[in-house]
Design a binder for this molecule. Structure first.
Ligand SMILES: Cc1ncc(COP(=O)(O)O)c(C=O)c1O
Length: 389
């Protein structure tokens, strides 16, 4: 078998690997608090489940590769409702989660050696996806001091004539970082000087924010760049529907068409019943989203209150998403994650996100479990005097 033509297969998601190890410990009879996965612990809204149940009793066949027209319309209308942006149905395509839309977009556009700028810390999947599609990930470290956001200067310095995409993810996984209108204006200024570079705006956590005011997307801040922006979102995080596998991309019609072509020869479409459920999620009541944010905020604050007691951790207050990303007193985060797992709390080492010396803790779990996990972390680290700050 010839395997050399493809880019090296990645080792697999380090997040899923830690979750697997946590499950293994549990299966061996240990009590383990699992703070690894970014998986909302809520049931989907009742009207969504009802819509799926009704749909499942009918024959459900294949749908167009870019999604059922009702879902593309619902996505477009939600974009107008939430961001004030108007798009056509031809500028929307649906896939099996935001992840597949991103992958399809990279596969459709990257030539060998093309570079993709990924601000670090980043969602662990971006670099592997870029590599699998033949591209080269270019990591740009963003420090806690800058709120883990990319500065215009850092972006300008990372640009080369091979740059094909710039990835922006806000609120960010794992840091929770968000960009203000001014910050995005600064980045747009740099992007205007590089007219062949595309912008991937991953807004999957847009509904999970703790600051005041509306979400700001680069698509709103720089409408003149709309022909180069692929805005990605989905039902996974906001509507607690990770397993339904529905995400979408909104971008220029020619790019959207290329993404759809990849989709059509890949898995044809995402499940029809899930698409119908996603329409119900987008068109149904939205007020529960604010309540969910409040729940995540309470969890974040409860976890922060415990973690801040440790002299071994430096932890920032995230603006959005449902993760905490404390800095450790050592750069050996994989070793710390191993020790914590043995002590009964599973976390993901920051190296997986391009930020060694950190840990990612998911707050997508009930508050009592989260607090117990944080107490284990603090007590365990306090027992290791060699790592004192
Ligand atoms: C930043 C980011 N983008 C995309 C995704 C994937 O979302 P989906 O479930 O829609 O594929 C995740 C999931 O963890 C994520 O954290």
């Amino acid at each position: 078998m010839h395997t050399t033509q493809r880019p090296a297969a990645p080792a697999g998601s380090p997040i899923l690997e830690m979750a697997r190890r946590a499950a293994e410990y549990r299966a061996a009879g240990h009590r383990v608090i699992d703070l690894t996965l970014g998986e909302p612990d809520f049931a989907p809204p009742a009207h969504v489940v009802a819509a799926a149940q009704r749909a499942a009793t009918r024959p459900l066949g294949y749908t167009p590769a870019n999604g059922i027209p009702e879902l593309r319309r619902a996505v477009r209308q939600a974009l107008e409702r939430d961001r004030g942006l108007r798009r056509t149905d031809a500028e929307v395509t649906v896939g099996c989660g935001a992840k597949q839309v991103i992958f399809n977009a990279l596969l459709a556009t990257l030539r060998p050696g093309d570079e993709v700028i990924i601000p670090a810390p980043y969602w662990a999947s971006y670099p592997d996806m870029v590599r699998l599609c033949g591209g080269t990930p270019v990591h740009v470290p963003c420090t806690a001091g800058s709120g883990f956001t990319l500065s215009p200067d850092a972006l300008a310095a990372a640009m080369t004539d091979r740059t094909r995409w710039v990835v922006l993810n806000a609120p960010g996984n794992p840091s929770g970082a968000t960009y203000s209108h001014d910050a995005l204006t600064g980045l747009a200024g740099v992007l205007r000087q590089h007219p062949s570079v595309m912008i991937l705006s991953d807004e999957i956590y847009a509904h999970i924010r703790f600051g005041a005011g509306e979400y700001v997307s680069i698509a709103q801040v720089a409408p003149d760049l709309s022909e180069r922006i692929l805005l990605v979102d989905g039902v996974s995080k906001a509507y607690a529907m990770t397993g339904w596998r529905v995400g979408w991309g909104i971008g220029p019609a020619d790019l959207v068409q290329r993404i759809t072509s990849v989709q059509s020869q890949n898995c044809t479409q995402t499940a029809t019943v899930s698409q119908i459920a996603a329409v119900a999620a987008l068109e149904g009541p939205q007020d529960f989203l604010t309540e969910r944010c409040e729940t995540y905020r309470r969890r974040r604050d409860a976890a922060l209150a415990i973690l801040k007691q440790s002299r071994h951790l430096d932890v920032q207050e995230p603006d959005g998403a449902f993760y905490l990303f404390p800095r450790l007193a050592t750069d050996d985060d994989p070793a710390v994650a191993d020790i914590l797992l043995e002590a009964g709390c599973a976390t993901v080492p920051g190296s997986a996100f391009g930020a060694p010396g950190h840990l990612r803790l998911s707050c997508a779990t009930d508050i009592a479990t989260l607090k117990e996990g944080c107490r284990i972390i603090v007590a365990t680290l306090d027992g290791i005097s060699a790592w004192s700050r």
